[in-house]
Ligand binder design. Sequence first.
Ligand SMILES: [Zn+2]
Length: 146
Amino acid sequence: MPLYEYYCEPCNGIFEELRPMREASEPVPCPVCYKDAKRIMPTSFAAFTFRDGYPRRIPDDGKYWHLGKKVSRLVTSARPNEHPEVNKPEPKKRKTKGEKQELQDMKELAAKRELVDLYGNEIKPEEVPEVVEQGRVVRKGTPRGL
Ligand SMILES: [Zn+2]
């Protein structure tokens, strides 16, 4: 069934309903106040109250909507059609030989106490895989802010 948008006037909010196409234009009871809400077109969103750039949805519990699913944060990635809470994370890539070698080199640097993280703390060899994964690793002496 397609997803349609409905607007509840008393609540001044938008909600979505899955409905058969032939019933799409009939009013749907609002999930908050149970009054009849009329169907709206996505293009009319601009007329409604916005919160953080998104039309206010009801029930408004501080959450956002993404492709009909409720999520707690807005999409921040470059691909706005994907949301980590909706789309499954990609399976972890296996490390290439080069990456393994790089990790090994980093461990050796760490053993020589030449690796620091973004806060200038020394990285121990056993911490290398984790900090590399998180992108926190900085070689000692690397100028900041580059
Ligand atoms: Zn309502």
